[in-house]
Design a binder for this molecule. Sequence first.
Ligand code: FES
Length: 293
Amino acid sequence: MWEYTDKVRDHFFNPRNVGEIDNADGVGEVGSLACGDALKLTFKLGEKGRIKDAKFKTFGCASAIATSSVLTELIKGKTLEEAAKITNKDIADYLGGLPEQKMHCSVMGREALEAAIENYKNGGTKKHELEGKVVCTCFGVTENEIERVIRENDLATVEQVTNYCKAGGGCGGCKGEIEKIIERVQGEKEKAPAVAAPKKGRKLTNIAKIQLVQQTINEQIRPALRAHGGNIELIDVDGDKVIVAFRGMCAQCHLTEFTIKDVVETKLREFVSPDLYVEEDKESADQPHHHRG
Ligand code: FES
């Protein structure tokens, strides 16, 4: 049996705001029935852009019901800007905590909220989980999502990541990649203040150079690629040669590949050293189908 707080029990046995608002201003749907959890959140705005009403429908366990119920309570009366600041941790804290294995329910709540706000702003029904490269195919969890739960909840192990977003909880094939993401995110945190943009002409040690290249890729380049469904991986740094592999969309389109290589080179020269040049590691790229004719 799970150890639930009284608040969780209360919201499970007497969930608030169950249902769906007709003509809602924002609709957010996340999860999938195949994964055992799904949540639909609808809200209506009232005066001064504050959320007047919110309702949810969920298919899930006690925690999913309790977190969704609390979420609707938390966002009522808030502006969208205020609501957008709610993290999964806020939801769990409000409930006096959740069993670690159930933290993913609070993450699902936050995702549904984001999807609903996005839907209101841009009219899209873009499913939150589709942003970024999918790391865990069993549960359809993206790298963005994994990075975020690690950051917001300061997670340190793959097991925790699984508890928070399910990634890694199926076949386990993605665990290695999750491990790498944890290392990177935690590493960034420690290094963040220490590594600044280089001064022109400064001689970098090899280690500093590699770190800077990695950091520049992580912060300057990868987010832009992700926005287009692609990704980049640093394979090696050999003197001034930076070897990278493009993943996803970028590896599949010859044209894009060229432009992106230039962009990467420009960024690396700007942030690391003007002598750098980029080479693409074809072998480790995804099976590309070049449109070369
Ligand atoms: S791919 Fe993540 S558990 Fe199977």
